[in-house]
Design a protein around this ligand. Structure first.
Ligand code: NAI
Ligand code: 15L
Length: 272
């Protein structure tokens, strides 16, 4: 954690998915910078501390989501189904939930959203390709499809209502890379914080896409088109390479999970 400057106020921020892996990382990192940090999830949360509000809400509950966005300046939207799953939960949390979120943003006058998209919106690009911030989605499953929907609904609300959204095509945000694929997709928690703070403080976001990755040597993503966000990753997967390559067998080059950027997601499911 760094740059915890109490003079830098991010305003009144809503963090959804606050009980999740990334939400729990962001909570203490954002709180010192916000006038108010409103935390929400469908799952239980630690009680509110100073400068916090805790509100349990299901994303598919339109009235609850409307109340959630009242008096909010910006939303960091981490909530929802975060992996490949059956259609019904994805439909409720990631499709209906996003519609509810953008309608609530419009009705409450919220000006900016950071939307946790995913590399799986583009999982069927090949690992020997480098894709850019204007590369269209190529989802690798229902989960990736729901993230592509998020990128599209946020563009609609920018074009029509001027609500800014930064779509974070997050790679693999975990304490450290744990397989060969993550040498290309990994983002550290400190870089996640840098990315979210950059997205909340950039003077102009409009509707933009940025890849959520650290400064990895091997990469499939080119963030040149998102230079206006001012995200400067400082970590890298490289220090983990030697141990990972020594521990893990060379993958089968014919396996679709090795051919495509989405990895095993390209052959996961379907689920009923
Ligand atoms: P997570 O699964 O740990 O957290 C998601 C949170 O959303 C959970 O606490 C869950 O209770 C909540 N949630 C699920 N359904 C809900 C509903 N219907 N209403 C309200 N809340 C609901 O996921 P994680 O790892 O923290 O990821 C956060 C976001 O970032 C997710 O949207 C995920 O798709 C995205 N992402 C994460 C990546 C990673 O490497 N961790 C990579 C790419 C994208
Ligand atoms: C994601 O979108 C998931 O939320 C996360 O759990 C990882 O599977 C990540 O992608 C990844 O591709 O490593």
């Amino acid at each position: 954690m760094e740059n915890a400057n109490p003079l830098l106020s991010l305003g009144r921020v809503l963090l959804t998915g606050a009980a999740g892996g990334l939400g729990r990382q962001l909570r203490p990192r954002l709180r010192p910078r916000c006038t108010l940090l409103r935390l929400s999830d469908i799952a239980g949360l630690e009680p509110a501390g100073a400068g916090e509000e805790v509100v349990e809400a299901a994303l598919e509950d339109a009235a609850a989501v409307h109340r959630l966005l009242q008096g909010i300046d910006a939303v960091v939207h981490m909530g929802g189904i975060s992996t490949e799953a059956a259609w019904q939960p994805i439909l409720h949390a990631n499709i209906v939930g996003l519609y509810n979120l953008y309608e609530a943003a419009r009705k409450n006058g919220v000006r900016r959203v950071l939307f946790a998209s995913s590399n799986h919106a583009c999982g069927f690009y090949r690992q020997d390709q480098v894709i850019a911030t204007d590369t269209p989605p190529r989802p690798d499953g229902l989960y990736g499809l729901s993230k592509a929907f998020g990128e599209d609904i946020s563009r609609l609300y920018w074009d029509r209502y001027g609500i800014e959204t930064l779509c974070l095509r997050i790679g693999s945000c975990f304490p450290q890379p744990t397989d060969r694929r993550m040498l290309s997709t990994w983002m550290s928690y400190d870089d996640l914080e840098r990315l979210v703070v950059a997205g909340l403080t950039a003077p102009v976001v409009g509707h933009s896409v940025i890849y959520g990755i650290s400064d990895n040597r091997s990469r499939w993503y080119d963030n040149t088109g998102a230079a206006h966000i001012g995200y400067r990753p400082q970590d890298s997967s490289e220090p983990y390479r030697a141990a990972l390559e020594a521990e893990q067998p060379r993958p089968d080059p014919q396996d679709p999970a090795t051919v495509y950027q989405g990895g095993v997601f390209v052959r996961t499911g379907p689920f009923e």
